[in-house]
Design a protein around this ligand. Structure first.
Ligand code: HEC
Ligand code: HEC
Ligand code: HEC
Ligand code: HEC
Ligand code: HEC
Length: 285
């Protein structure tokens, strides 16, 4: 019987099989890349805002604190976007005629809020909360980057599950004293720049009972090494009662590496273990 296919068609069939395989893999890789690409994650994009508000000018230039505008960040899940009133506090006097600020004046006159476009936006099925992160020693810059250097706001990180888990599996490398939460330039302790910490409560402490300093407490004489404690640490006081000053000797521990500081703060802040922090129920409820 005459051969219908010659020898070369065999090779061709094999070749096309391999080729199909390669195409399928390439497609898979491309889709995977696409899912992680800035186009999907919105990383680095600067949306067209109604007003080109500059964090660089207002934070670095004018020295405004984050909480001045994002008043809820320590107390609620949402940090919040400031109302027009916050801008008017200054812009009733400064730059009053600037074209750029027309939407602010418009909003103030009509009472309709400024339609800012969200830069960060997690899917609804993910639970996220600012309060716990901020009160457990994660700085704004760890998640949002150097906001003080952003002329226009953008999303520094992917905000994908992998990114969240990366920190939840090892939070110690990112923990800092709560007094440094708003410090955009915080770099952690080193042997040239150590950090000293002390706790006013042994056992059952919250982050607020830990106080840290970047200045050698023993170098400033015994008085300063004494820790000022007021009754607020033990319970609520009404603001018209002056805090009762109790001075007690504080023993500071010195840290020269993020690893040691991270371990200490993990214990002091009662950070849950990595298994608990990466369990699905933590973020999907
Ligand atoms: C003078 C007021 C003001 C101050 C101070 C300020 N912000 Fe903002 N922030 C805004 C406004 C208005 C927006 C919405 C417009 C935009 O996205 O640029 C915003 C947006 C943001 C967003 C993005 C919100 C979104 O849509 O996802 C982040 C993150 C943020 N600010 C972080 C910070 C941090 C961190 C600081 C302190 C270093 C800070 N801000 C200080 C007014 C302020
Ligand atoms: C652990 C990471 C993390 C830290 C720390 C963090 N943020 Fe955010 N921030 C996010 C995520 C994630 C979103 C998006 C939330 C959403 O879409 O529901 C966000 C959203 C925001 C927004 C938009 C409004 C809102 O609440 O959704 C502002 C403003 C903001 N952050 C400011 C701050 C400031 C100021 C700090 C420091 C005091 C801070 N963030 C610390 C992760 C963080
Ligand atoms: C504490 C006072 C203060 C507050 C609050 C404030 N601004 Fe400003 N803003 C200024 C000053 C001062 C300048 C001029 C800065 C410069 O030229 O360096 C300015 C400049 C601007 C500019 C001109 C462009 C630039 O960034 O230099 C815009 C737009 C602006 N502000 C928008 C806003 C908006 C929107 C808000 C409310 C979310 C706001 N500002 C809140 C003081 C303030
Ligand atoms: C840079 C580190 C870091 C990043 C990034 C981070 N987290 Fe966290 N997260 C923490 C720490 C620390 C805690 C506090 C753990 C504790 O108290 O045991 C925490 C706690 C939580 C909790 C527990 C809240 C509660 O009330 O039980 C949730 C939910 C959470 N994170 C969600 C997220 C999500 C979602 C993301 C990503 C969008 C994220 N986190 C990114 C460090 C981080
Ligand atoms: C630390 C918080 C966190 C934990 C813990 C977590 N997730 Fe997620 N998950 C997220 C975030 C954030 C997203 C949204 C990702 C995005 O928008 O790209 C997400 C998205 C998802 C999605 C949607 C598909 C996708 O991958 O984008 C699935 C399914 C999912 N998670 C399942 C799980 C399961 C199963 C677990 C437990 C093994 C888990 N998650 C634990 C934060 C978390």
């Amino acid at each position: 019987m005459a051969q219908v296919f010659d020898r070369s068609s065999n090779a061709l069939a094999r070749f096309s099989l391999v080729l199909t395989g390669v195409i399928v893999i390439a497609l898979g890789v491309t889709l995977d890349q696409l899912q992680r690409s800035p186009w999907v994650t919105r990383q680095g994009q600067r949306p067209d805002q109604p007003i080109p508000f500059s964090h660089k000018h207002h934070v670095e230039g004018l020295g405004l604190q984050c909480q001045y505008c994002h008043t809820q960040v320590e107390k609620a899940a949402y940090a919040g976007i400031p109302p027009t009133k916050t801008c008017i506090n200054c812009h009733a006097q400064i730059w009053t005629n600037a074209e750029l600020l027309e939407p602010v004046r418009q909003s103030w006159a009509t009472g309709a809020s400024i339609q800012w476009i969200r830069v960060h936006d997690l899917p609804d099925y993910v639970y996220f909360n600012h309060e716990i992160h901020v009160n457990k020693g994660i700085g704004c810059a760890s998640c949002h980057g150097r906001v003080d250097e952003m002329p226009l706001m953008y999303q520094q990180n992917t905000l994908q599950m992998e990114w969240c888990l990366n920190c939840h599996r090892n939070p110690a490398v990112n923990l800092r004293p709560t007094s440094e939460i708003y410090n955009m330039a915080w770099a952690g302790p080193s042997s040239e720049r150590p950090v000293w910490c002390t706790s006013t409560v042994t056992g059952g402490a919250t982050a607020q009972n830990v106080s840290c300093t970047t200045m050698n407490p023993s170098g400033k004489g015994p008085e300063v090494a004494m820790l000022q404690m007021n009754t607020e640490a033990n319970g609520p006081t009404s603001s018209d009662v002056p805090p009762l000053g109790i001075t007690m000797p504080a023993s500071y521990q010195k840290f020269t590496s993020q690893m040691d500081l991270g371990k200490y703060l993990t214990a002091q802040y009662h950070i849950r273990n990595p298994e608990q922090l990466s369990s699905c129920e933590t973020c999907h409820r």
